[in-house]
Design a protein around this ligand. Structure first.
Ligand code: NAD
Length: 365
């Protein structure tokens, strides 16, 4: 319906910094873990995961032949400093010479926080679509305060993407995690520091995830849908690393931090409305999203995708109360940051109201 992507016209000046990671992709690629550890010179890796994935981590450890791995299965959401301290102590006690993060953003986030304290490299084996494994962005929570930053030391040296490992990711988590990945791409397409290469990756990723996610929901254990989604998640992670995020990520950060909402679901709900807000100021990005989704309108297309995937209908379903949105709107405009459309408090309050109700996104004059 939307036709082919044409080469960009009038290319604005840009800086492109690629991340020096080695990526091994493919169903069954977990079998290459021993080879990849050897290439990194890791003989005593510490495998990090959440308690839910402890059995998987132990199975991985048991199959490592000559290497002598240990397992730390206490990773949790938001990377609390106390957990980082315990994990660092375990790494020292085990004389670990590398970190293996097995799992989603929580396991990868723990490895990243440890890499700030110890001179250890990371091999990541992602099992969700969060994309953290491709970024040099880290986050830590200390007494309820979240601190984020960028540091090249936290970028995984090797990433092993095995779609077979994602087959156990429950369908609702797959949907919200996948839409979270699409959100990275939407904002990369209109980022102030975007460039033609990141736009290529972001458009491809949106297409791969938008086609793969409904397949995953129909048949969570089937590989083709899982392969498409993990491929999309890889490209989405690279997009997140290269381009600065804008209003959508700011709103989700403020909503999550102030109202303690779940990360991926919040992204999944807010995305169509943030897209509608920015649409008048980002025509090329909207054209890319329309092509990727094969729909006539970007924001409505993202909303329809969310409905197909059964994400919660609006912020109200997450327990948000409408009067709380006034303060969220205040916080979202309290500090300036680049966004294609200027930050207009009244229109952003309208955006939040629409996200609360969960209907088809309408224009926000
Ligand atoms: P998560 O890592 O917390 O995983 C959610 C749950 O799913 C956990 O219980 C986990 O054990 C389980 N799980 C993961 N993979 C599974 C599988 N294949 N089968 C069965 N269960 C599985 O969630 P997430 O959405 O991957 O990560 C969210 C966190 O990552 C947030 O804290 C977010 O801020 C962070 N994040 C960071 C970056 C970055 O660049 N630094 C990027 C994206 C997200």
């Amino acid at each position: 319906m939307q036709g082919r992507r044409n080469p960009p016209e009038g290319i604005a000046a840009f800086v492109y910094r690629s991340a020096p990671a080695r990526v091994v992709f493919g169903a069954g690629s977990l079998r290459h873990l021993g080879r990849e550890l050897e290439m990194l010179g890791m003989k005593r890796p510490l495998i990090l995961c959440t308690p839910e994935q402890a059995a998987d981590a132990r199975a991985v450890a048991a199959n490592l032949g000559d290497a002598r791995p240990s397992v730390f299965a206490e990773a949790v959401m938001h990377v609390p400093v106390a957990v980082v301290g315990a994990a660092v102590a375990r790494a020292r006690a085990a004389d670990a010479d590398g970190l293996v993060a097995l799992g989603g953003g929580s396991a990868t986030g723990l490895a990243k926080a440890m890499a700030l304290e110890l001179p250890l490299r990371i091999l990541a084996i992602p099992t969700t679509y969060a994309g953290s494994e491709m970024t040099s962005i880290y986050g830590l929570t200390d007494e309820g305060e979240k601190r984020t930053g960028r540091d090249d030391r936290v970028l995984p040296a090797t990433v092993l993407y095995d779609p077979a490992l994602t087959r156990s990711l429950p369908a609702p988590l797959s949907a919200s995690s996948g839409l979270n990945a699409i959100a990275h791409c939407v904002e990369a397409l209109y980022a102030a520091d975007g460039n033609p290469v990141v736009s290529l990756m972001a458009e491809e990723a949106i297409g791969a995830l938008a086609h793969g996610l409904p397949e995953v929901l129909r048949e969570p254990g089937a590989l083709p849908g899982r392969e498409r989604c993990l491929y999309g998640a890889w490209l989405a992670g690279m997009s997140l690393n290269v381009a600065s995020m804008a209003l959508h990520h700011k709103l989700c950060h403020v909503l999550g931090g102030s109202l303690n909402l779940p990360h991926a679901e919040t992204h999944a709900i807010v995305l169509p409305y943030a897209t509608a807000y920015n649409a008048p100021a980002a025509p090329a990005a909207m054209a890319a999203i329309r092509r990727a989704l094969d729909v006539p309108d970007a924001a409505a297309g993202l909303h329809a995708l969310g409905r197909t995937l059964g994400v919660p209908k609006g912020l109200g379903e997450l327990g948000v109360r409408a009067p709380q949105l006034d303060r969220i709107a205040d916080l979202a405009v309290s500090q300036p940051y680049p966004n294609p459309r200027p930050l207009e408090r009244a229109a952003i309050r309208m955006l939040l109201q629409q996200a609360y109700e969960g209907g088809t996104p309408a224009s926000m004059p």
